[in-house]
Design a protein. Structure first.
Length: 465
């Protein structure tokens, strides 16, 4: 048997122990695939959001950002078909009672079968045929497939009996569509226009797993880009190229990223073209990070029918009236973070061949901390603290006094801090500090008064951003 690849587990263990991610509700035994982001994870997430906003809002003249509510009128989800159709095919093992998605089982164990082209009856026949076994106990006896509603249902009102049923949104896109006319009216914009959103979405997944790759609560970064019908190919190509540039800015290794165009049978019925950007996760294989889809006029037309509101666009110059078409670049923030953390992790052998270090080669502006300020000795703590206080308003930084200087360097390498700033006994006289760079481990002396400018310059020259 080939040796099992445990790279994924090693990296996730490192992320948990170092403070990027914590198991959710851990003191109460946790909750199935629930994760909390720790201080390092929050900083990385904020930096990634900032980069996304810079790339897709600030640097694209057509785009604006909104922040719609998580709980919406349930008629929104009736209009889009989520109430009627947003289900997963669920089966239970009759022996160990483990629960699975039927399509996932068939896809994993029957690679010769095109699962995406099967209806429920055909899928059920394969599951019951004996070709599929339970991954937990190895038996091949399953319940009949039943559809499992993936939206979380809750109630608004004083008591449940006198309240209205609502849903936690399963995607952020519909908050954009229902605000389409509001955005045009208040911004006085013309088409084309992109409306962007960063926010939480919720899906009652049957089998969440693989750390933060698939969870029931996740964060999306989405754009709905509205334009005149007939320009679909033009704007689809525009955003494919723009998303490619964004991935380059993240610094992911090119051989670990691929663009996969959906085959005709994979496409949603309203989509004329879809491309997924996938990352090669260690131990797991290829997984989707983001997708670019031509959605046509499906969503706006469905909301027009259900709400009886006019969501057409009147071109003030040509006097044409039409329902705009849409291209949607949709990003999974949690998956992007996981890909970045997996991609940047390295156990590096040092020059002596005996020692090694864990280092995370995160792009400078994405790393949780830009700099760690360290006194060489506790006798220099107060002077070093003044240096930290000087740069902290401009940079995410940490003040580290615990352990030898070598151990502190290793600790910062392991969380991706690009620069260690050491205040030593010469610093009192020459008013300089030693800067040690994470990737090369090279050191240089820099004047304390020039430290902030030095760090800004280094950040600007990071080729990835």
């Amino acid at each position: 048997m080939p040796e099992k690849d445990d790279t994924f587990e090693k990296i996730t263990t490192h992320l948990i122990t170092s403070g990027f991610v914590y198991p959710g509700s851990e003191i109460y035994g946790g909750l199935s695939n629930s994760w909390d982001y720790g201080p390092l994870g929050v900083l990385l997430k904020n930096h990634l959001k900032d980069l996304w906003l810079r790339h897709f809002v600030r640097e694209i003249e057509y785009n604006v950002q909104i922040d719609p509510a998580i709980i919406m009128n349930p008629k929104v989800w009736e209009a889009t078909g989520h109430v009627a159709n947003f289900h997963d095919p669920l089966v239970d093992c009759k022996y160990c009672h483990s629960r699975f998605r039927a399509d996932d089982l068939v896809k994993e164990q029957c690679p010769d079968i095109d699962v995406d082209g099967l209806d429920q009856k055909a899928l059920n026949e394969i599951v019951q045929s004996g070709r599929v076994v339970c991954p937990k106990c190895g038996k091949s006896q399953f319940t009949e497939i039943r559809q499992f509603q993936m939206m979380f249902k809750t109630f608004i009102g004083v008591t449940e009996e006198k309240s209205s049923a609502v849903y936690l949104r399963p995607e952020t896109a519909q908050g954009i569509f229902v605000n389409f006319k509001n955005v045009l009216r208040t911004t006085r914009r013309k088409l084309p226009i992109g409306i962007c959103d960063i926010g939480k979405a919720f899906r009652n997944e049957i089998t969440p797993g693989n750390f933060t790759f698939r969870t029931r609560e996740f964060e999306q970064m989405e754009i709905e880009f509205f334009f005149k019908p007939g320009e679909d190919e033009k704007w689809f190509a525009f955003y494919k190229e723009n998303c490619r540039q964004f991935v380059e800015r993240l610094g992911l290794r090119p051989d670990h990223v691929r663009f996969r165009n959906h085959e005709k049978e994979e496409l949603a019925f309203y989509s004329s073209a879809t491309t997924d950007i996938e990352y090669l996760f260690p131990s797991l294989g290829w997984g989707e990070l983001m997708g670019i889809a031509c959605r046509g006029d499906y969503d706006l037309k469905r909301h027009m029918e259900k709400s009886s509101q006019d969501l057409t666009y009147l071109d003030s110059e040509t006097h044409e009236k039409y329902v705009p078409h849409v291209v949607e670049p949709s990003f999974g923030l949690d998956r992007l973070m996981l890909a970045l953390l997996m991609d940047s992790y390295e156990v590096e052998k040092l020059e002596d061949g005996k020692d090694e270090r864990i280092v995370m080669h995160l792009a400078y502006e994405l790393a949780p901390y830009t700099a760690a300020v360290m006194p060489l000795s506790n006798a220099l703590k107060e002077e070093a603290l003044e240096v930290f206080r000087m740069i902290h308003p401009e940079f995410d930084a940490i003040f580290d006094t615990t352990g030898s200087i070598g151990k502190r360097y290793r600790r910062e390498d392991a969380i991706g801090t690009p620069f260690c700033v050491t205040y030593d006994f010469d610093s009192k006289n020459d008013h300089m500090v030693t800067i040690r760079e994470r990737d090369s481990m090279k050191q240089e002396r820099v004047a304390i008064d020039n430290l902030a400018d030095y760090l800004h310059d280094k950040m600007r020259k990071d080729r990835r951003l």
